[in-house]
Design a protein around this ligand. Structure first.
Ligand SMILES: [Fe+2]
Ligand SMILES: [Fe+2]
Length: 476
């Protein structure tokens, strides 16, 4: 198999799709349903727009992308896998040392299907969550970035649907259909994971989401890229190269909001939230509260701190740890322990549990380390402006809804607090209705090339070396 992608077929691919007629037919039947889902749930009102998008032309690390103006519904969604590694071996769990699987072993079919469906479900969900944001884009540059992310999440759905259709027969086809039927936030048929049923109502939420929640995607994909099921490993590796841009949009987006706020603080010589809001920028404590919300909702996505499923997924070789190959242990983890948190006698305590059962927590902790690094980069922007304020990620026990800490009342600095204290302070810790209404009040559409909404600084540079005032979207 080559790294190049065949665009001459109805479904662009680098998996020799035309050699598997049954699969090709199944995917070609699914394709119009995907397009009609896109028409219904993709970016609202965007059908006539031509957007300066990158399209994958190869899975080579160098130069896989080609840029040009395309209508999003004509985007060439397809199936792209990283090249296989010759004689790849399973490198963790009970099957360590055996050849990686090219087909799904019967005994792991149900678990693998569940893993793929759960990952696949998040992809269209985020498109649905973001579908109204185009109406309030702070610039044409940002609008283009939103759309780029949206089409790529659509492609990630294709990536998972390919695996389902190719390897899971009739069940796979049914799951592929169901992925187009669930809807983010819909009561009777919601998306599988809670963070993907929350709203993304404004652009500060969008940037926080792409920073924190797309980063959850990165960690899940990294864990799946280790899988003994080789097609899953190869698919997720290519998805990861697309994911990097999503997190860039989040990190640079928040950074630009902060830069604009700091500039206004220095102009007005004030840190008074009221005065800053009157000047049309988002005060730093509000940014901190949004951060607290998105961080806590996202760390829940890693699942229960102790989980026998996590142990099974690892031992059977379905899902590894982040950077499994770089770790120096036995890659079986039997008899090892890991610390998880619990509330005991009104205090947070650590307890040792079997590491295999704590693998969700292991991945969560790796994710947290990675998240903190970007927050430190945001702090540099504040620091450079000479403002004595520091953003921080809240304690991982704060505002949790999954696992042993679900519903516990923990402050952002990790103290167990009373119900009364929680109620008195929650509006200082999480975005209040008033915060959200204020941020919403700033959202207005700015789409003249090179113009930016007042609450956000322009980016340092444009996309693909184009100028910042490039016509990234033609509205027609
Ligand atoms: Fe994705
Ligand atoms: Fe993403």
């Amino acid at each position: 198999m080559s790294a190049g992608i065949n665009y001459s077929e109805k479904i662009p691919n680098n998996v020799n799709l035309s050699e598997d007629r049954t699969l090709q037919r199944a995917l070609e039947q699914w394709q119009p349903n995907f397009i009609s889902w896109w028409d219904d749930m993709g970016p609202d009102g965007s059908t006539p727009y031509e957007v300066y998008l990158r399209t994958a032309v190869s899975v080579d690390p160098q130069g896989w992308a080609q840029f040009g103006h395309v209508k999003m519904r004509d985007y060439r969604w397809g199936v792209f896998l990283n090249p296989g590694e010759k004689d790849r071996k399973i490198h963790f769990g009970d099957h360590k040392g055996e050849a990686a699987w090219q087909e799904v072993p019967g005994e792991y079919r149900a678990n693998l299907r569940r893993i793929i469906v759960t990952q696949g479900d998040t992809e269209p969900a985020s498109v649905e969550q973001q579908r109204h944001l185009g109406a309030t884009a702070p610039s044409m540059y940002d609008l283009r970035n939103l759309f780029q992310i949206n089409v790529e999440e659509g492609r990630h759905l294709w990536a998972m649907v390919y695996l389902l259709q190719k390897h899971f027969g009739r069940d796979g086809r049914e799951e592929a259909d169901a992925l187009l039927q669930r809807r983010s936030g819909q009561e009777d048929n919601p998306r599988i994971l809670q963070a993907f049923n929350e709203q993304t109502p404004d652009w500060l939420s969008f940037f926080m989401f792409t920073y924190f929640t797309d980063r959850d995607g990165k960690f899940q994909l990294c864990a799946l890229a280790e899988s003994a099921f080789d097609p899953l490993a190869r698919t997720t590796k290519f998805m990861l190269t697309e994911e990097a841009h999503h997190m860039f949009v989040g990190e640079s987006g928040v950074s630009r909001v902060i830069a604009r706020t700091c500039a206004a603080m220095n102009e007005l010589k004030t840190d008074d939230a009221k005065r800053l809001r009157a000047a049309g920028v988002i005060d730093l404590p509000t940014i901190q509260r949004y951060l607290n919300f998105h961080f806590s909702v996202t760390v829940d996505l890693f699942g229960a701190d102790e989980s026998s499923n996590a142990a099974t997924f690892y031992s059977t070789g379905l899902k590894g740890r982040y950077e499994e190959g770089k770790r120096v242990d036995d890659h079986e983890l039997r008899g090892q322990t890991y610390k998880v948190l619990a509330v005991q006698n009104g205090a947070l305590v650590e307890k040792d549990v079997p590491m295999l059962n704590a693998l969700n927590e292991v991945l969560r902790d790796d994710y947290i380390k990675d998240s903190v690094a970007g927050v430190e980069r945001w702090n540099k922007v504040i620091d450079k402006a000479g403002i004595p304020f520091k953003l921080s990620v809240p304690h991982k026990a704060f505002h949790r809804n999954i696992g042993a800490l679900a519903g516990a009342k923990i402050s952002p600095d990790g103290r167990v607090v009373s119900e009364a204290e929680w109620n008195a302070k929650k509006d200082a810790w999480l975005p209040s209705g008033e915060d959200r209404a204020f941020v919403a009040s700033l959202m207005g559409r700015v789409v003249e090339p090179g113009k930016f909404a007042n609450w956000i600084a322009p980016p340092v540079m444009g996309i693909n070396r184009q100028p910042v005032d490039f016509e990234y979207v033609r509205f027609n």
